[in-house]
Each structure stands twice: as C-alpha cells, then as structure tokens.
Design a protein. Structure first.
Length: 126
C-alpha cells in the first residue's frame, strides 16, 4: 500500500493549470521547472487529465488498481520497469501501462513526458 503523495520526494501538483480554450505551453512549463521530479496537471479532458512531468532519477514501484496510465515522451528517455522487462521510450513514443500492473518509471537524464490518466488517480499508486 502506497503512502500519501507527501511522503515521497516528488513535487506533485494535482490542481488543473489550464481551463478549456486556453493555450498550453508545455515547453515553457518544462523549461521553468527546477525540480528533479515534477508532475503538474495541465488540463482536464472529459474524465481524464493530461499531466506534464519533468523527471530525472527513479520513481517507486507501484500499481493503479482501477486505472490505466499513458506515458508519452517529449524529450529525453523514459524507462518503464515492469515485472520481468523494461520498456525504453524515446521522444515521440508512448506506452500504456494497464491497471493492476506493477511498474516503476525511471529517467537516466532529464526527461519531459506527458501522461493521460483518470482525473481521480492517485499518482503514487494504491
């Protein structure tokens, strides 16, 4: 069972940064980021949110009991560890981790990704 978001050394912001009909400048958000592991909800689309993450290092192993997660790399390299294999994503590549699948994301260098997931998802897993 995962602890609360606050118990992990990640800057996770669940507030919705942009409303419909607003331009979203992901590059400006990423360029302004000073954290090693940053996650910000950009907008809501129906019942899902689009989040930007600027990451370097590794996240903890976790799963989402009820929610799939989509990862899309903008810059850098994202490694998604699954039980028994690791998926490597380069810029302009995406991957879906289905609900209940244990996983951990890692970035050997600064990496910018977009994620699409259910608005109610607990980022640290459950």
């Amino acid at each position: 069972m995962a602890d609360s978001v606050a118990s992990y050394p990640y800057e996770t912001r669940l507030n919705i940064l942009h409303q419909p009909l607003e331009v979203i400048d992901e590059k400006a958000i990423a360029d302004a980021c000073e954290y090693k592991w940053f996650n910000q909800s950009l907008c809501q689309v129906n019942g899902s949110v689009v989040r930007i993450a600027v990451i370097e290092g590794e996240y903890h192993w976790h799963q989402h009991t009820d929610d799939d997660e989509f990862f899309y790399v903008i810059e850098g390299k994202l490694l998604i560890d699954l039980e028994g294999r690791t998926v490597e994503l380069a810029p302009r590549q995406g991957f879906v981790v289905p609900k209940t699948v244990m996983h951990r994301t890692r970035a050997p260098r600064r990496t910018v990704i977009l994620m699409v997931e259910n608005a109610g998802i607990i980022p640290t897993g459950n």
